[in-house]
Design a protein around this ligand. Structure first.
Ligand code: NAI
Length: 509
C-alpha cells in the first residue's frame, strides 16, 4: 500500500482462482496496473467482483478510505485474451498445477511479451527449473510462491531456478515488500521452504499414533500445551484436509528419492481413500457437528488414597527442577542411591524409552514412570508421563494424581523413544537444520518463512535453541538407537552446533 512507483508498473495475472485473485488484489494495492486473465469465460470477471467486494468491506469497517478503494478498483481490470497481457512488466501465473500446462503457457507468453518482462509461477510443488526448461530466456523466470489467502498470509517465497538471474529475484523481492509481504529467498528444491520445513510436524505425530503411543486428541493437547502450537497436528490436518496434505507428503517424499525423514503415513493414505479427509466433509481425525470438533474429555485424575514415596533417577533431565517440583507438590522424596521397595521411581530420559532406562539403571519397571522434562515445567501447561509395559496401575495412578495436585493438566502416554514433544520438536529442528545444511535458504529466511507461513510459535531453529541444541541432538541420537530408523539421524548442521553448543542460527565462516 505504497504511493511510490512499484517495481513492476504493469502486472498480468494468469489464472483467476483463489490464488490469482489474491495476488491481483495485493498487486493493485501496491500501485500496479493489473490485468487478470482466466481461460474459463467469466472467471476473471467474478474474481474482480470478489476483490472489489473485499475492498468495499474494508471501507465499511473504516479500514480503507473510499478514494483509495476507487483507485485500487481503477487499477484492477480483466483481459479477454492472453495477448492483452503482452505489455506487462511482470506476469504471474496461478493456473492449474500441471507442469505441461504451465510450460505451454509460458512458451506462448514468451513469444509476445517485452524483452525486459519478468515471468513468475506461483507453483507450490513443481520444479521452477523444469517449468522454465523450454524457455528461450529462462534467466527472467522465477518462482513466486504466495500462500492462501494471499492478502492475509504475508510471506512470499522467491525461488531461483537453475538459470534465474539474481536481479530478477531482487526485483521480485522488492515488489513483494511493496505489496506488504515479506519475501524469502529459496533455492529451487521440493517444497521450497515452508512446505519442506512443515514435513516434521504431521509426519512425526502420525508416526506416534501408528505406534499406539497416544491418540490424536492427546497428541494435539500435548503439542499445544507444551510447545505452544496454535493447532495440534491433527487439527491442522483436518483444517487443510487430507486430499490436499497427503499428496504433498507423498510428492515431497518421492521428489527427495524416498528420503526416510519425509516418509508419509499409511494412516493418512487410508483415510484419504475412505474420504475421511477433514473438517470440510464433517469428519477427519475429529468428527464435526456444525463445524465444531467433537473432542472426548480427558481421562479424570485418579483418586489415590495413599501416595507412595518417590525417588528420582540421578540421570534425569532437569533433575533439580524435577525434585523441586515434586517437593512443591508435597511428595515424600527419597534421597537414597536406589529407590526403596515401596518407592515410585521417576526417570526423565531424552530420546530413550522408559523401559530401556529402567533396565540400564536396574530399577523395578513395575514402579518406574517416565516424565518429559525437555520443556521447563514453568513454561508448560501440561505434564506428560509415560508408562512402560510392566508399570503397575497403582503406580501409574499415583504418578498421575501427584503431578495433577496443583491443577496442571497431565497426559499419560505409552512408552516410546522420546516423548511426544521430544519427538516432534527434534524432527522439526532436524529437518530445518538439514535445509540449512543444504543451503536451500538462509537460517534467517527459514525462520521468517515458517513463522509467517506455518504460524509456528517459534521458527524451528529458535525452537532448537530454546530447548537446547545439545538436548535435541541427544533425543535424536537416542531415538536412532531405539528405533534403528535413519529418519532420526541428525543433520550435520545440528550435530556440529549441538556438539559445541553454538546457536543453530549460526552460519559458518
Ligand atoms: P484454482 O483452481 O482456484 O484456480 C485456477 C484457475 O486457473 C481457474 O480459474 C482456471 O480456470 C484457471 N486456469 C487453468 N488453466 C488455465 C490456463 N491454461 N490459462 C488460464 N487460466 C487457466 O487454483 P488455485 O488454488 O488458485 O491455485 C493456482 C496455482 O497456485 C496452482 O499452481 C497452485 O499449486 C498454486 N498455489 C495454490 C495455493 C492454494 O492454497 N490454493 C497456495 C500456493 C500456491
Amino acid at each position: 500500500m505504497t504511493c511510490m512507483k512499484p517495481t513492476f508498473q504493469k502486472v498480468g495475472i494468469v489464472g483467476a482462482g483463489a490464488m490469482g485473485r489474491g495476488i491481483a488484489q495485493v498487486a493493485a494495492q501496491a500501485g500496479s496496473e493489473v490485468l487478470l486473465f482466466d481461460v474459463q469465460v467469466g472467471a476473471a470477471l467474478s474474481a474482480q467482483v470478489a476483490v472489489f467486494s473485499q475492498w468495499d468491506k474494508l471501507c465499511d469497517k473504516g479500514r480503507l478510505d473510499a478514494a483509495r478503494a476507487a483507485s485500487y478498483k481503477a487499477r484492477l481490470l480483466c483481459a479477454d485474451s492472453l495477448a492483452e497481457l503482452s505489455g506487462s512488466d511482470l506476469i504471474v501465473e496461478a493456473i492449474v498445477e500441471r507442469l505441461d500446462v504451465k510450460a505451454n503457457l509460458f512458451t506462448e507468453l514468451e513469444s509476445t511479451i517485452r524483452p525486459s518482462a519478468v515471468l513468475a509461477t506461483n507453483t507450490s510443488s513443481l520444479s521452477v527449473t523444469a517449468i522454465a526448461a523450454r524457455l528461450k530466456r529462462p534467466e527472467r523466470f522465477a518462482g513466486y510462491h504466495f500462500f492462501n489467502p494471499v492478502p492475509l498470509m504475508k510471506v512470499v517465497e522467491v525461488i531461483a531456478g537453475l538459470k534465474t538471474s539474481a536481479s530478477v529475484c531482487t526485483d521480485l523481492a522488492a515488489y513483494a515488500r511493496q505489496m506488504g509481504h515479506t519475501p524469502v529467498q529459496a533455492q529451487d528444491s521440493p517444497g521450497f521452504i515452508v512446505n519442506h520445513a512443515g514435513r516434521g510436524y504431521g509426519t512425526e505425530a502420525l508416526r506416534i499414533v501408528s505406534e499406539g503411543i497416544a491418540d490424536f486428541a492427546t497428541i494435539d493437547r500435548i503439542l499445544k500445551d507444551q510447545i505452544g502450537f496454535k493447532l495440534g497436528p491433527f487439527e491442522l490436518m483436518d483444517l487443510t484436509a487430507l486430499d490436499v496434505s497427503h499428496p504433498v507428503m507423498e510428492s515431497i517424499y518421492h521428489q527427495y528419492f524416498e528420503e526416510p525423514r519425509y516418509r508419509p503415513s499409511v494412516i493418512t493414505a487410508q483415510r484419504l481413500a475412505g474420504g475421511v479427509v477433514g473438517k470440510k466433509v464433517g469428519e477427519g481425525f475429529y468428527r464435526y457437528v456444525n463445524g465444531i470438533a467433537q473432542i472426548s474429555p480427558e481421562a479424570a485424575v485418579p483418586q489415590v488414597d495413599e501416595m507412595p514415596p518417590v525417588w528420582v533417577s540421578p540421570r534425569a533431565a532437569r533433575r533439580a527442577e524435577l525434585l523441586l517440583l515434586l517437593k512443591n507438590l508435597g511428595a515424600r522424596i527419597e534421597t537414597g542411591a536406589a529407590p526403596s521397595a515401596q518407592a515410585l521411581s521417576f526417570v526423565a530420559p531424552l530420546g530413550f524409552d522408559v523401559t530401556t532406562v529402567a533396565v540400564v539403571e536396574r530399577l523395578d519397571p513395575a514402579r518406574t514412570i517416565g516424565i518429559d522434562m525437555l520443556v521447563e515445567d514453568a513454561a508448560s501447561k501440561r505434564r506428560v508421563l509415560a508408562t512402560n509395559p510392566a508399570t503397575r496401575t497403582d503406580m501409574r495412578d499415583a504418578a498421575h494424581a501427584l503431578m495433577a495436585r496443583d491443577g496442571k493438566a497431565v497426559s499419560v502416554i505409552r512408552d516410546s523413544g522420546g516423548f511426544v514433544s521430544q519427538r516432534v520438536v527434534a524432527t522439526i529442528v532436524n529437518i530445518a537444520s538439514d535445509m540449512c545444511q543444504q543451503a536451500i535458504c538462509s537460517p534467517a529466511d527459514l525462520e521468517t518463512a515458517v513463522t509467517l507461513g506455518l504460524g509456528y510459535p517459534l521458527g524451528p531453529l529458535a525452537m532448537g535453541n530454546l530447548y537446547g541444541p545439545a538436548n535435541v541432538l541427544e533425543v535424536l541420537f537416542n531415538m536412532q538407537t531405539v528405533y534403528g530408523d535413519p529418519r532420526y539421524r541428525p543433520s550435520p548442521w545440528l550435530r556440529r552446533r549441538g556438539a559445541i553448543g553454538v546457536s543453530l542460527m549460526h552460519e559458518e565462516e
